[in-house]
Design a protein around this ligand. Sequence first.
Ligand code: FAD
Length: 325
Amino acid sequence: MANVFAFAETRGGELRKAGLEAVTAARQLADATGGGEVHAMVAGAPGVGGVAQKLAEVGADVVLVVEHPALARYDAETLTRTVAERVKSGGYRAAVFSATAQGKELAPRVAARLGAPLAADATSVSAEGGAIVVKHPMYTGKVIGTLSIAASPALVSVRLGAITPAPNAKAGRVEAVQAVGDPAQSKARVVELREGSKGKVDLGEAPVIVSGGRGLKAAENFKLVEDLADAFGNAAVGATRAVTDEGWRPHSEQIGQTGRVVSPQLYVAVGISGAIQHLAGMRTAKTIVAINKDKDAPIFKIADYGIVGDVFDVVPALTQAVRAA
Ligand code: FAD
């Protein structure tokens, strides 16, 4: 019976939703491969181990805590060494990461260090005949590929929002793990961190995203999108590249092939045509609502609900309805 490793992301000592999703995916893999243990690693400044209970609640049997003052910020070199060492010595069948900006750096580094295969950006994980089976979008999301990995350990990164954390309480025994090497000696150091839009819901973690396109005509009309997002209460604002290229919204809000990849519960596309490069970033959303005045706009092909109409009429009415609900 083989165990499965998960790297659970934290930020500022707080567990990120991505971390819970990675541990949930690891739990699914452990159960599918014979019911082994899930060992979840968290790394950060002293005190980060305080998140252990939350990881136990979604299926971690053991929480590996790496605490070091210099790990208050993400440090790729130290984490690569520490994770790789643990995955190697732990004899894990699989190791799960998050396909976040951090995970997209960490997972390939660990894979290269171990000479192990990596299936990136998974939307589901399972096992069949001893192999780890991963589904992931390919060709900007036009097809869903199924990868079967016989090699061990199989490294997998899971797309944000694709795996829903489920209660599955385990012991969550805490084990302290030493960082491998001195983080203070890392060749690359983070010297400054500029916070993005503070207090707003993070695009990657938001259950609802209201996203605007060129159909809004001008930067100031994004007030409509912001108002609808506010009405939901837990929504983030996204945008197309046409919009970020115009400078109407910051690049950090761009969704798509060259922007963020998101999988919220609800994605509301406002005045967006549905170009393939935009769909690459949002087509795995659970429910898609599109508002466009052109009934032939490609976005309607993937929308669950479509409203053919002018955004300047439809969005204020929708905002009012959501507020009243
Ligand atoms: P448009 O395509 O101009 O669509 C505007 C839509 O608004 C139209 O469908 C129109 O009918 C509708 N509309 C207009 N007025 C109204 C109104 N009053 N009421 C209702 N509807 C209205 N794009 C991304 O989004 N993300 C990416 O990451 C990305 N990466 C790219 C990478 C490459 C290499 C390339 C070549 C392109 C990339 N693009 C990306 C650009 C992409 O091809 C499209 O140009 C872009 O997504 C279009 O944005 P849009 O839908 O806002 O604008």
